[in-house]
Design a protein around this ligand. Structure first.
Ligand code: B3K
Ligand code: ZN
Length: 874
């Protein structure tokens, strides 16, 4: 397979101004007629016109009304080349495709009997021949013809301009999108779907019809998504001054979808998992995810659609920025500290691991084999962190001025991450040249900090050294421009006023230091006593921080820091240190003993009157096994798992009464509600239940089963079931069967049933997962099912996946190979579970490597899987 390089980017030789599409949808085949108005850009020469196309049957081509002869063009599996074309012309192409057989879920395919599309990144070329690249922006008109009974709903981008009946029971709809767009934002939907209508009035008074389409049995699960959409629309007006621009905004939910959702202009298509919710079937986390994804896709209308990417190397231009926007939005809906904790947890667990492995790449990658492999944690989440750093550096107002200029300057254009930074720079008269390295340099920077207090001079000095480990293709790194938010606490826990040498006034509260050198020192004056340093507040930069705090300082920060993120972080650091210490003991066969100061602290937190109960629950949660693994030179999944379980059990034993009393005290009063307070209550209560279940006592087990049986919402049901799946007692089987019997018709709920079993701590989990792949509800062609079972097992259950026998690896290898011919994108995601293989012991390394080699030498693997596997073996 061929590698595409950023340095080879050239502006297109030809542009397409208008696209007129005509679809005849049928059960067996679909024909697509496209009329393109094309004009040459390069004037000096007349280069051949090379159109992208894959899996297409070419029926005919006409140039300015003349049927072309075979000798006028050349057809390849991936392109169609016309050698001689005029400066301006009309090209008419007719192709035939087979959506019913399209298991890749890219291009036009069917899901549950309905037609839908997914064109990002390169799916449009699977519908018709085209210049399928984001810098070719055209105006689209789309006519859809289909059987009226089977497909009463016919949708595409923009406004409906005509509809009517045809003979033989067919009908048609014609849609016109006034905004020029790249082909990846094209969408079409046809099917039998229920429509739910609402309306939003923009602040300038424009009425926007909001239409949501779901399968009719899901009608009762639509409210939350619709309400979230309206909140997102209002928020984008208030916070970014961005209004919606069409008269209609449509959302369609489908069950078969490769990712979360897609921001097609005016016609978002969603994985039903991110739309459908009612309290009985969706957890609080599901509700939060839906709100976040609905907002994310909506925000793309400006950050992505009105201003789009020049090429796929610029993907973070829209994704990093839009993730940052959805994070801000979600923070504003509930507890900002909790949102930040969740996002940082996710980043540090998965993005840091990616950045330290064979797939490490800059936020603006330099090359790819398959662009779909670059919809990564790095492009999305680290990309969002870069935008967040800009926000810290510019402040809220400067940042807003920058984004206003960006949207203004580039509306209707396809641009680069550099254009984004330039707009922020120009609006603020600030030099961001060093900052730009964040886009081109891969790897997680490390900050080593030492501190010194001089009582005589009343000065406090922070010495900071920054480094960044080498990553594939980047052995040496240059220093970055890093915003480091800090506070210094006096003995009462109050922030000291901070004045640096040379300054006349002090700043009270958090202050942002700007690091630029490999090594630098900051000297603070008038510091009356040795302070406790609270560094990297709210995680102001995506870096690893090394600072040798004493335990008592961490306990102090956990109790007093004004920055709530750092309070949580102090607790996490304590837990990491204790767990890693015990991991060593475990490896050396020593008896495990849990530090009593830690137990006391956990007790105090449980008893505290902190009103944000979700925040308390996060403090009580031990770092995940994956996150702990990041701290080990050679990852020992058994030791991590056993030690972590030991600590949970020890805490439960020591604090049993307190956990039980808290669980009782947090019992629901009144009817089910879903607001931040109630969600926090449920979260903390279920945290207590989780600890109590570590004791595996009959009384507690029956209490858990009781909760499982009587809860009126899925959050509490899942919390109970996720503990029951670990135990040996009879309650496990009973609960799993009850759950299945009750929800077997609800595919999204059954996904949860698969996942909980895949995540079970039990020794026989792999055998059970294998058995479940033969369950009638499991479908290899449905990505949600694959992720729920195989994805959860291989990426969410390290103790069982990394069984030293290698059986877990063999199982994953088998399924990668089974899935690859059907859906390469999802197969590539699965195989990525092997990415950190070199971080394990010799035995596991060899076993994982054997699977990678087996996959690599399988004939005809997709370029998606090939790219991941070959980078692993390089
Ligand atoms: N832009 C889409 C992702 C498309 C992924 C293609 N493999 C969803 C999103 O990020 O909003
Ligand atoms: Zn996105």
């Amino acid at each position: 397979p061929q590698t595409i390089d950023l340095k080879d980017y050239k502006i297109p030789d030809y542009y397409i101004e208008t696209v007129d599409l005509h679809f005849e949808l049928g059960e067996k085949q679909t024909t697509v007629r496209s009329r393109l108005a094309i004009s040459r850009y390069s004037e000096a020469k007349a280069p051949p016109l090379v159109l992208n196309g894959e899996a297409l049957e070419l029926l005919s081509i006409q140039l300015d009304g003349q049927v072309l002869d075979k000798k006028d063009y050349q057809q390849n599996p991936e392109s169609l080349t016309l050698f001689q074309v005029p400066e301006r012309f009309t090209l008419e192409i007719e192709t035939r495709i087979y959506p019913q057989d399209n298991t890749t879920l890219s291009g036009l395919y069917t899901s549950g009997g309905n037609f839908c599309t997914q064109c990002e990144a390169e799916g449009f070329r699977r519908i018709t021949y085209f210049l399928d690249r984001p810098d070719v922006m055209a105006r689209y008109t789309t006519t859809i013809v289909a059987d009226k009974k089977k497909y009463p709903v016919l949708l595409s981008n923009g406004n409906l301009v005509a509809q009517g009946e045809e003979d033989n029971g067919h009908h048609f709809a014609k849609w016109q999108d006034p905004f020029p767009k790249p082909s990846y934002l094209f969408a079409l939907v046809a099917g039998d779907l229920a429509r739910i209508e609402d309306e939003f009035v923009t602040r300038s008074g424009r009425k926007v019809a909001l239409h949501m389409y779901v399968q009719s049995h899901n009608r009762d699960k639509r409210e939350h998504a619709m309400a979230s959409l309206k909140r997102a629309m209002a928020w984008d007006e208030q916070v970014y001054g961005r209004e919606y621009d069409l008269d209609i905004y449509m959302i369609v939910a489908v069950d078969d979808f490769n990712m979360g959702a897609m921001e097609n202009k005016g016609l978002n298509i969603f994985n039903s998992k991110y739309v459908l919710a009612k309290p009985e079937t969706a957890t609080d986390t599901d509700y939060e995810n839906i709100e976040g994804v609905i907002a994310h896709e909506y925000f793309h209308n400006w950050s992505g659609n009105r201003v789009t990417c020049r090429d796929w190397f610029q993907l973070s231009l829209k994704e990093g920025f839009t993730v940052f926007r959805d994070q801000q939005f979600s923070a504003d809906q509930g507890s900002p500290a909790v949102k930040r904790i969740q996002d940082v947890n996710h980043l540090r667990t998965y993005q840091f691991r990616e950045d330290a492995g064979p797939m490490a790449h800059p936020v603006r990658p330099e090359s790819y084999v398959e662009v779909n492999n670059f919809y990564t944690m790095t492009v999305y989440e680290k990309g969002a962190e870069i935008v967040r750093m800009l926000y810290h550096l510019l402040g809220p107002e400067g940042f807003r001025q920058g984004t206003d200029l960006y949207f203004d300057r580039h509306d209707g254009q396809a641009v680069t991450t550099d254009d984004f930074v330039k707009a922020l720079e120009d609006a603020n008269a600030l030099d961001l040249s060093q900052f730009r390295r964040w886009y081109s340099q891969a790897g997680t920077p490390e900050l080593r900090i030492s501190r010194a207090y001089d009582a005589e001079k009343s000065t406090y000095t922070l010495k900071i050294k920054q480094t960044c480990p080498p990553t594939p293709g980047q052995p040496h790194k240059a220093p970055l421009h890093i915003p480091l938010a800090i506070g210094l606490l006096d003995s009462q826990g109050e922030d000291l006023p901070l004045r640096l040498a040379g300054e006349t006034t002090a700043v009270t509260g958090t202050r942002v230091l700007e690091l630029r050198q490999e090594e630098e020192a900051f000297v603070f004056h008038d510091i009356p006593c040795e302070p406790a340093p609270s560094l990297l507040r709210s995680f102001s930069a995506p870096v690893k921080l090394y600072l040798d705090l004493r335990d008592e300082e961490r306990y102090f920060l956990l109790a007093h820091d004004k920055d709530r993120f750092n309070r949580w972080e102090a607790g996490q650091q304590l837990a990491v240190k204790i767990i890693l210490g015990l991991v060593k003991d475990y490896q050396q066969g020593k008896p495990l003993v849990l530090d009593s100061a830690f137990i006391e602290t956990v007790g105090r937190i449980l008893e505290s009157d902190e009103p944000d109960q979700a925040f308390v629950a996060h403090i009580l949660a031990l770092p995940s096994e994956h996150y702990l693994a990041e701290f080990m030179a050679v990852i020992d999944p058994d030791a991590i798992h056993e030690t972590r379980c030991f600590i949970r059990r020890s805490l439960a034993k020591a604090l049993q009464e307190l956990f039980a009393a808290t669980y009782q005290a947090l019992t629901k009063t009144g009817a089910y509600r879903r607001d931040p307070k109630e969600m926090g209550r449920r979260k903390l209560r279920n945290t207590c239940l989780g600890y109590l279940m570590e004791l595996d006592e009959p009384d507690i087990r029956s209490q858990c089963l009781q909760q499982f049986n009587h809860a009126d919402n899925m959050t509490d049901v899942i919390a109970a079931l996720s503990r029951l799946v670990d135990i040996e007692g009879p309650e496990r089987k009973i609960a799993l069967q009850t759950f299945y019997d009750k929800w077997q018709e609800d595919s999204l709920v059954i996904d949860k049933w698969f996942t909980l079993q895949a995540l079970s701590r039990r020794q026989d989990t792999l055998a059970r997962v294998q058995e479940l792949t033969h369950h009638p509800a499991f479908k290899l062609t449905n990505p949600n099912k694959v992720r729920a079972l195989i994805g959860a097992f291989s990426q969410g259950n390290p103790a069982r996946f990394h069984d030293p026998s290698g059986k877990g690896y063999g199982f994953l290898g088998d399924y990668v190979l089974k899935l690859d011919p059907l859906n390469p994108q999802v197969a590539a995601r699965l195989v990525s579970a092997f990415n950190p293989w070199q971080r394990y012991d010799q035995n596991r390394q060899e076993l994982m490597k054997a699977q990678l080699e087996r996959i690599a030498k399988t004939p005809q693997i997709s370029k998606d899987v090939y790219e991941i596997v070959s980078k692993n073996l390089a």
